[in-house]
Design a protein. Structure first.
Lengths: 137, 543
């Protein structure tokens, strides 16, 4: 990992969350560990959380970013709901990131909704960390 | 240990990346294997204890493995059409993929369920839907596999009820239901209840099936998911066998006889790309399981000592860049599965890393198996690699490695405890992180991803799968209609009886679940009654 990667996220608080029913949490945990290695304070929700719950934790924990992990194909619905819940709680400034099995043609749609970064499993961890740093700059 | 000189030279000069000197489970491999390196260069014949060379004396001569493609999406009608297509194309078993609401026990109307309806499998909220799923398919003539765990007992009850409705004899049903909750806590995440009542429900379903559906495998103890989560082949096998022992202990606790139920235990694994390591993994596991069943549990019937398994080829070994390469990977993995002696094979489609397979990619995956089966000749003789110095040596080493890892779990207090306190989950997460770093660094080679990738290479998936956007509304309409037309008072009665039985540890819950299914109670309703008694699993979240 680059020198920047080691501490580039120091002081940042990031919530890694699993919305919906998808139980594949390896990616979420790998990313959580990588972000922690890069200096961030990382909170992981565990499985099967509703968008309302995730938004509440985001507000309570005063995080800078929320990373949603979705591999079931329900990303468009779950992202829209999470953004709504964040807005309802006045947390529009929280940066939303999404990772998982996201078909190429859905990436633009997610960005249009307000997602600041979309990540897939073939990306290098150093690139993911760099992109998160960019999104939080 | 050194690698072959020409490769070493090439690696130094950068002309060709090195092939490495260890298999992914971390075993150093000799440049040349010889007889004197093997503990047992000539293991007993196939069909003879400890079954290193296979459980059947005639291998695939007597009967080919079951060709079983995992499939299911949208509504029961959509999936029924895909099944009929696959059966017409020569598939010999069905494998039902269920959507997440069905797997996690939510009815389609639940707020948590709505975004996921019909996404990763078919929506099956009640017997009414299963009747549509198998319309025109005679359940006595087809072997059906269900990848379901949290709600497995319910789906098994539903399958039995569906056979009753078709007029098919329960005793003639064949197939497998995954019903392996332990690995769900570790890797796949479709748990509902705490570990102990979940173990009880599994024991109930296995003991019920031994009597009611004696040709049906009521559990398939699965390593595929921890493997996909980043474990090595040796870890996959060790953790799965450790889970298997936990089920054996629970079944005995609930009054089962190992001599009888062990004949119907089956296993399920991934096959990844290291061909000989995979073959050795299966050969070693047959030997380990047979010895444990015989020596620890005193099982005498060879059928109850046999380690029977299905496999899936692909999974996390497939990648999105240069997607057609995946078809080649699946071919190599299929060869490993066959030479490892698998009883059923599911070959992933090349587009699995990024979408539900299309009819085109699903057919290519099916043809891959058929080409290996009928053109390669590899199935002609039993255990064609038996007696190979390398394979026998590697089988010994894998056996040692697997046993050592099993001992680690035992030292931690066994699989149930290792899972309840999150020890195993944490181990797997760290292993996954390491695997990801190895792939990122190129240490673990993946062609098209970290080797031989091109700037301008194709990421195009070919044909794109599109789920019928109307599927969700049709599922919701059918669900509402069912609740209108069924006898709701009768449903409530069966559900109340189920809940009462759940309180009593001496009851077998299966007959109650079958009654609920016959009355057209929904999956969500049955789950809620059991949750009211048992509570929910509290996930030990730790990184």
């Amino acid at each position: 990992m680059s020198a920047e990667g080691v501490s580039g996220l120091r002081g940042k608080r990031i919530l890694i969350a699993k919305p919906g029913l998808d139980g594949h949490d390896v990616g979420a945990k790998v990313i959580a560990l990588a972000l922690r290695d890069a200096g961030a304070d990382v909170i992981y929700t565990g499985l099967r959380k509703s968008p309302g719950y995730i938004a509440r934790v985001a507000v309570d924990e005063d995080v800078d970013a929320v990373g949603l992990s979705i591999l079931s194909g329900s990303h468009l619905e779950l992202v829209a709901e999470t953004l709504e819940e964040l807005a309802l709680k006045g947390a529009n400034d929280v940066v939303l990131l999404v990772g998982g099995t996201i078909p190429a043609e859905d990436r633009e749609a997610l960005r249009a909704l307000g997602v600041k970064g979309v990540f897939t499993s073939d990306m290098q961890l150093t690139d993911v960390v760099a992109a998160v740093m960019d999104a939080l700059r | 240990m050194s690698i072959a000189p020409s490769i070493e030279y090439a690696a130094e000069t950068g002309e060709l990346p090195g092939v490495g000197s260890t298999v992914p489970s971390g075993i150093e491999v000799p440049v040349v294997a010889t007889r004197d390196l093997c503990r047992d260069p000539e293991p007993p014949a196939p069909g003879v204890f400890p079954f290193t060379r296979g459980i059947f004396p005639d291998g695939y001569r007597g009967r080919l493995w079951t060709v079983r493609q995992y499939s299911g999406f949208g509504t029961a009608e959509d999936t029924n059409a895909r099944y009929r297509f696959l059966l017409e194309q020569g598939q010999t078993g069905l494998s039902v993929a269920l959507d997440l609401p069905t797997q996690c026990g939510y009815d389609p109307v639940d707020k948590m369920a709505r975004p996921e309806i019909g996404k990763v499998g078919v929506s099956l909220s009640s017997l009414a839907e299963m009747e549509i799923l198998f319309e025109g398919i005679d359940l006595t003539r087809i072997s059906t596999s269900f990848t379901i765990n949290g709600t497995a007992a319910i789906v098994l009850a539903m399958y039995v009820a569906c056979a009753d409705k078709q007029g098919a004899a329960r005793a003639k049903l064949t197939g497998t239901i995954q019903n392996d909750i332990l690995k769900e806590y570790v890797a796949r995440g479709t748990w509902i209840w705490p570990v102990r009542p979940s173990m009880r429900l599994i024991a109930d379903s296995v003991l019920f099936a031994n009597d009611a559906t004696p040709r049906f495998n009521p559990i398939s103890i699965a390593g595929a998911h921890v493997r996909d989560a980043g474990c090595t082949a040796a870890e996959e096998m060790a953790y799965t066998l450790a889970n298997g022992l936990a089920y054996v202990d629970e079944l005995i606790r609930r009054g089962g006889e190992a001599e009888r139920f062990a004949k119907r235990l089956s296993f399920f694994f991934y096959v990844h790309m290291d061909l000989f390591e995979e073959v050795a993994k299966f050969r070693a596991a047959r030997r380990i399981w047979a010895r444990i069943m015989k020596e620890r549990y005193g099982v005498a019937d060879p059928k109850a000592q046999m380690f029977r398994f299905g496999v899936v080829c692909g999974g996390s070994s497939l990648v999105a860049p240069q997607p057609y390469n995946n078809a080649v990977r699946v071919t190599v993995e299929t060869l490993a599965a066959v030479m490892g002696g698998a009883q059923s094979i599911f070959t992933c489609a090349y587009d699995e890393p990024f979408q539900i397979p299309t009819e085109f990619s699903a057919e290519l995956a099916l043809r891959t198996q058929q080409i290996v089966a009928y053109e390669s000749g590899v199935a002609r003789t039993v255990d064609p690699l038996g007696g190979s110095f390398y394979v026998e040596w590697l089988t010994d080493r894998m056996e040692d490695k697997i046993l050592a890892l099993m001992q680690e779990v035992a030292d931690h207090g066994g699989a149930v405890k290792a899972i309840e306190d999150g020890w195993l989950q944490s181990k797997v997460a760290h292993r996954a992180a390491r695997r990801k770093r190895e792939i990122d660094s190129g240490e673990f080679p993946v062609v098209g991803l970290n080797r031989f990738a091109r700037e301008d290479q194709s990421q195009a998936p070919g044909e794109v799968f599109r789920l019928d956007p109307q599927a969700r509304s049709r599922v919701l309409e059918k669900y509402a209609a069912l609740r209108e037309r069924r006898d709701n008072a009768a449903v409530e009665k069966t559900l109340a009886r189920l809940r009462r039985a759940a309180r009593d540890d001496h009851e077998n819950l299966m007959p109650y679940l079958v009654d609920c299914c016959h009355a057209y109670a929904t999956v969500g309703e049955m789950v809620q009654r059991l949750t009211a008694e048992w509570g929910e699993f509290k996930e030990p979240v730790r990184l």
